[in-house]
Design a binder for this molecule. Structure first.
Ligand code: ADP
Ligand code: MG
Length: 588
């Protein structure tokens, strides 16, 4: 069953539920609340579970949605349908402002930042005169179509669950797209995503806005369901509860939001109804029991309950073959002369450590150059300087004659420099195909909105077809639909090469690509690199396997303690006394 059929089936089941004979009205209220919470939690799934940005302030965005419609419908008499876009825009704008301030924070500072605005917005809601202070705003009109009013939990049920089904569909679409892959790559850190052209700051802001708009929608629905708003449901406690919901359900999964909302809200309801009977009204006891139950649940299922359930219903989307598509337009053939890459006097210091000490070398067109040297010699740092991940303290870099010193990594990728990483940087819970398609990011154009509306299919088919082509080329066609994390480390390195090839590079930087490969696999890799060279590509290679390097490289550059100690053909370097000393010294 594909994801979209699952959503349709789910929507039909939800639409039928209220008509079950004898369904207690109170259960409908509970389901309404579950739907409202699921919307907010779905935003958190994208933001926190998928994008890796923890927010403790999500309920505040519900507040924006709720208060905007409350004021505009009560004080200005606007129709709720008119305030719907305004509520969503207000939440989105708040997310832009707060997002710009917060998404640049990293590590623990980001969640702390969201707590800060979660708290301050709550106080703002409860102190402002025109928001009714702690009493809030009441007498909000119900939703209506013509003379039919959605009054009461039964009628609004259908509006709420329609919104949930729609949000699920849009979110599933978003994640299954070029933009979605960029968002999913964020969790593995910026470096790999940026090396393939992803504007990570923009992607983060996008998920911030998306999550806030879903929360705003929930707030808007809440206001017209309760017909009143006050600050309490938009405070820090509510925010933490939404985070709980996402985590319990499965923070990495869209359906986890719905499941988590169901579990947490039903659990809370049961505890609130029965515990006081057992413990004779001891206040707050249910909060403690609730907390303990959640901790126990997370012990049993640390990634949430959804993946456990999903394992019982295998979804076939993962195995979907890429559609045949017209191929992507290749980069214009290289007509330049002179060396492709020139590194001049590059220097990089980390505090007292001189990782790269005024190193100069060139990569001629259509040659394989190997960069060798003992561990810690500065090889990977040199790669990071060339690709713009690190800024050199001094020195210059020229690509195809153009000065690219200080160029950001996304731009370097755009110019045709692709790389692999010594420490593999794939997204383990994405398939090989999806990981490799990130390499083609710059060759696609579809944005978030087109993806959500599924107008990106032609563009998407081209990207996936290119990714599939490169996977076949490196000999991993059989593994295309495996999760990348299930492959051996050696194979993951080869997947990184396929991803790099998707850029359609002019220069390929490979950091220890043969590590962990068996003899036959190394031979195949060497053949592939020879073929790429014959097709016009230049390769800069870091590798410890000397047999591999000596066989393949046209030139070798030797680094030791950040300094270039030798350079030449394999034969020249092999007999160089300084090189022999550096290697023997390193080995002894
Ligand atoms: P190689 O790839 O040749 O093994 P590296 O370029 O990774 O070497 O490292 C060169 C030196 O720079 C080492 O001494 C390493 O500890 C140091 N180094 C590398 N990256 C960093 C960093 N981000 N911060 C501090 N020191 C670093
Ligand atoms: Mg290294």
């Amino acid at each position: 069953m594909t994801q979209r059929w699952a959503i349709l089936l789910f929507a039909l089941v939800m639409a039928a539920l209220p008509f079950i004979p004898g369904m207690p009205p109170f259960w409908i209220v509970l389901l309404d609340n579950i739907g409202l919470a699921a919307l907010v939690a779905m935003g958190l799934v994208i933001l926190t579970g998928v994008g890796g940005l923890t927010s403790f302030g999500q309920a505040a965005f519900c507040g924006f949605g709720g208060y905007v419609t409350a004021i505009l419908t009560t004080s200005y008499g606007l129709s709720p349908w008119l305030t719907l876009p305004l509520s969503l825009i207000a939440s989105g704008l708040a997310a832009v402002i707060l997002g710009l301030m917060t998404v640049r924070l990293s590590g623990h500072y980001l969640p702390l930042g969201t707590i800060a605005w979660g708290l301050s917005l709550y106080y703002l809601f409860s102190k402002l005169e025109f928001l009714g202070r702690n009493d809030g705003i009441s007498s909000i009109p119900p939703l209506s179509i013509g003379s039919a009013e959605f009054v009461g939990p039964f009628k609004i049920y259908f509006v709420i669950w329609f919104a949930v089904a729609l949000a699920t569909l849009l979110t599933v679409n978003l994640l299954d797209s070029r933009t979605g892959r960029a968002i999913r790559a964020l969790r593995r850190g910026h470096i790999a995503a940026e090396a393939f052209g992803v504007q990570t700051a923009r992607a983060k802001l996008l998920v911030f806005i998306y999550a806030a708009v879903l929360a705003g929608l929930s707030g808007w629905l809440y206001a017209h369901f309760q017909r009143a708003v006050n600050p309490t449901p938009f405070g820090l406690t509510a925010s933490i509860e939404y985070l709980f919901i996402a985590v319990v359900g499965g923070a990495g999964y869209v359906w986890g939001a719905v499941l988590g909302a169901g579990i947490v809200i039903v659990l809370k309801e049961i505890l609130q109804s029965y515990l006081p009977m057992i413990f004779h009204g001891q206040a707050q006891l249910e909060t403690i029991v609730f907390g303990l139950l959640l901790v126990a649940l997370l012990q049993v299922a640390p990634t949430g309950l959804w993946p456990r359930i999903a394992a019982l219903f295998p979804m076939s989307d993962r195995w979907r073959k890429p559609q045949p598509a017209s191929p992507l337009v290749p980069r214009e053939k290289d007509k330049g002369t002179g060396p492709l890459l020139q590194v001049q006097d590059a220097r990089k210091q980390f505090g007292g450590v001189v990782a790269v000490n005024n190193v100069s070398f060139e990569v001629p067109r259509q040659e394989v150059v190997a960069l060798i040297g003992p561990n810690g010699a500065g090889k990977s740092t040199t790669f990071n300087l060339i690709t713009g991940i690190l800024l050199a303290n001094s020195g210059q870099f020229f690509l195809d004659g153009k000065n690219v010193t200080g160029t950001p990594p996304q731009r370097v990728a755009h110019l045709g420099v692709a790389r692999t990483f010594q420490h593999v940087k794939l997204v383990p819970d994405m398939t090989v195909l999806e990981n490799v398609a990130i390499g083609a990011h710059l060759r696609g154009h579809s944005g978030a909105i087109t993806s959500m509306l599924r107008l990106d299919r032609a563009d998407e088919a081209k990207l996936l077809a290119e990714a599939a082509k490169q996977i076949e080329r490196v000999g991993l066609g059989d593994q295309m639909h495996q999760l990348a994390g299930n492959l051996s480390l050696g194979q993951q390195r080869i997947v990184e090469i396929a991803r790099a090839l998707c850029i359609d590079p002019i220069l390929l930087l490979l950091d220890e690509p043969a590590a962990g490969l068996r003899h036959m696999e190394k031979q195949k890799l060497a053949d592939l690199l020879r073929q790429l060279r014959a097709e016009g590509m230049s390769v800069l290679l870091v590798e410890h396997d000397m047999g591999f390097v000596m066989d393949l490289a046209d030139r070798i550059v030797v680094l030791d303690f950040g300094t270039k100690i030798a350079e030449g053909t394999p034969a020249e370097v092999r007999n160089n006394p300084d090189v022999i000393k550096a290697y023997l010294g390193a080995a002894s």
